[in-house]
Design a protein around this ligand. Structure first.
Ligand SMILES: CC(C)(COP(=O)(O)OP(=O)(O)OC[C@H]1O[C@@H](n2cnc3c(N)ncnc32)[C@H](O)[C@@H]1OP(=O)(O)O)[C@@H](O)C(=O)NCCC(=O)NCCS
Length: 177
């Protein structure tokens, strides 16, 4: 999905929550939040490393070393009980940013944190001189789709990806073509 960055509203943080910018020392906190958020999400089938803390940590470390990493589009939310939301961004190509992973821990959903986090990351892209943002989301992820569509994201491409899964009774995993 893609959206224009110009004219987006400022992020509105619910009382008691604040966003902290990216620092290396926060990598594990980001990873813990992402693993909590993505476990059970349809998108963990597409990005299995987000389903565990160590997997998410490896992904974050790789991302933060990439030359196109956007620290100002990478934020963690701190709430009354600690970190509870995370988002990362990269510059995909000239004037186009890409949101990487947006997740809010289940206990803190539907109070506006996902929307505020996304707007914070998009504002960072705009401040970095980018004009548009893209992201990938599973077509079955209704909550995320409503959030993105509400901020003006429109479908730009449909990708078909193989997803690995673990059958309910255990045993060998397989691939959905
Ligand atoms: C998607 C996700 C980040 C949304 O976070 P959130 O903090 O609950 O979202 P918000 O409270 O800011 O809600 C923002 C909008 O999303 C939509 N939304 C969120 N939860 C919803 C629900 N259960 N039912 C319907 N709409 C919902 C609404 O349109 C809402 O806008 P509104 O408040 O103007 O009505 C969160 O559900 C999540 O972490 N999911 C698991 C990880 C994931 O799938 N991430 C996206 C993959 S790219």
């Amino acid at each position: 999905m893609e959206a224009e960055l110009e004219g987006l509203p400022e992020p509105a943080w619910p009382v008691g929550f604040r966003a902290l910018p990216w620092e290396d020392r926060l990598a594990r906190a980001h990873a813990e939040v992402l693993a909590a958020a993505f476990t059970g999400s349809p998108d963990v089938l597409l990005f299995p490393s987000l389903g565990s803390i160590e997997g998410a940590l490896g992904l974050l470390r790789d991302l933060s070393l990439r030359p196109n990493f956007l620290p100002r589009s990478t934020w963690i939310v701190e709430g009354p009980e600690g970190p509870c939301g995370s988002v990362q961004g990269v510059e995909e190509r000239a004037r186009l940013g890409a949101i990487q992973n947006l997740g809010v821990a289940p206990r803190w959903r539907e109070v506006g944190l996902g929307k505020a986090l996304l707007l914070q990351a998009l504002r960072g892209m705009w401040e970095a001189g980018l004009e548009r943002a893209s992201l990938e989301v599973s077509a079955s992820n209704g909550q995320a789709l409503r959030l993105y569509q509400g901020l003006g994201f429109k479908r730009s491409r449909v990708l078909y990806k193989a997803a690995s899964f673990q059958p309910a009774g255990g045993g060998e995993g397989g691939a959905i073509p």
